[in-house]
Design a protein around this ligand. Structure first.
Ligand code: BV8
Length: 234
């Protein structure tokens, strides 16, 4: 059947084959760093230099990364399907944009943006950041942090996300372990409405696998283009 309102949640797994680390896989980021130290406001307050180093290393990685076939397939789906596609990503990389996805919500912020805690200005930033970097807007030093949502902070654009989930007739979850809320709860929100088909496309079954009506397991660069071809052939 043709779907007309598709919401696609993505996580670190969709960018794994682009060379960006995931969090909870065997050599994932959270096996090398304690998320309390690098992805919470408390950790940043305790040791801002350490947190800046963590994100500087990830920004350097991202500068060399390219979208993979999965990112390109989602951009092609949005271009070619006769209907609406909204990508909600937990990822802070810019690979969906580079592949051409236009309707995109970065619910956990963006690695290539900085936010000033003094004046709240948000603007593009792809280089290293440090405590001494002065803000381009208020000129004060010491306020620039990654424009990233840490644990305990409110994810971004939740109103738009709930509205999209409300309307959708197809919900895809790609490359996420289903550990982090509120993103991990979206599939239940969609099921409660009872009008959408739900599909998990992931290397392995996620924490919430049993909540999905359909499961397609394998590397995103293979299973996502194949699934998009099915949708476009419908
Ligand atoms: C909030 C930015 C409230 C930083 C991130 C309810 C219940 C329990 C806990 C909570 C709850 N509500 C809130 C919480 C607390 C917390 C939380 O969920 N904790 C967890 C750990 C239990 N949530 C929060 O704090 C959230 N805030 O709810 O605020 C609030 C209310 C009012 C006022 C103020 C606040 C904020 C969460 C956001 C945290 N920031 N990232 C950064 O990136 O540095 S989260 C981080 O985890 C990333 O965003 C990441 O995307 C996200 C989820 O991880 P995944 O993407 O799933 O990655 P993971 O490695 O886990 O899994 C990868 C998957 O890919 C695997 O399944 C693997 O099999 C698969 N894979 C691997 N390779 C491939 C593949 N799949 C396909 N192909 C491959 N090749």
């Amino acid at each position: 059947m043709g779907y007309s309102n598709i919401v696609i949640l993505t996580g670190a797994g969709i960018s794994a084959e682009s060379g960006l680390g995931t969090f909870r896989d065997k050599d994932g980021l959270w096996t090398k760093y304690d998320l309390e130290d690098v992805a919470t406001p408390e950790g940043y307050a305790r040791n801002p230099d350490f947190v800046h180093e963590f994100y500087n290393a990830r920004r350097a990685n991202l500068r060399d990364a390219e979208p993979n076939a999965a990112h390109h397939a989602l951009a092609a789906l949005e271009d070619q399907i006769d209907g609406r596609v909204v990508v909600v990503t937990q990822n802070i990389d810019n690979l969906h944009e580079l592949a051409g996805t236009r309707t995109l919500i970065h619910m956990h912020g963006e690695l290539f943006k900085t936010r000033c805690e003094n004046c709240q200005a948000v603007y593009a930033w792809t280089e290293d950041l440090s405590r001494g970097t002065p803000c381009r807007s208020c000129r004060l030093p010491g306020g620039l942090r990654p424009h990233v949502v840490w644990f305990g902070e409110m994810p971004l654009q939740m109103g738009e996300i709930h509205a999209a989930l409300d309307d959708c007739d197809l919900f895809l979850s790609i490359g996420t372990s289903g550990n982090v809320y509120p993103a991990a709860g979206f599939v239940e929100e969609v099921r409660r409405k009872g009008q959408a088909h739900t599909v998990e496309l992931n290397l392995d079954p996620s924490e919430g696998a049993n909540l999905f009506a359909e499961h397609i397991h394998g590397p995103a660069s293979e299973v996502v283009p194949a699934y998009v071809r099915r949708l476009l052939d419908d």
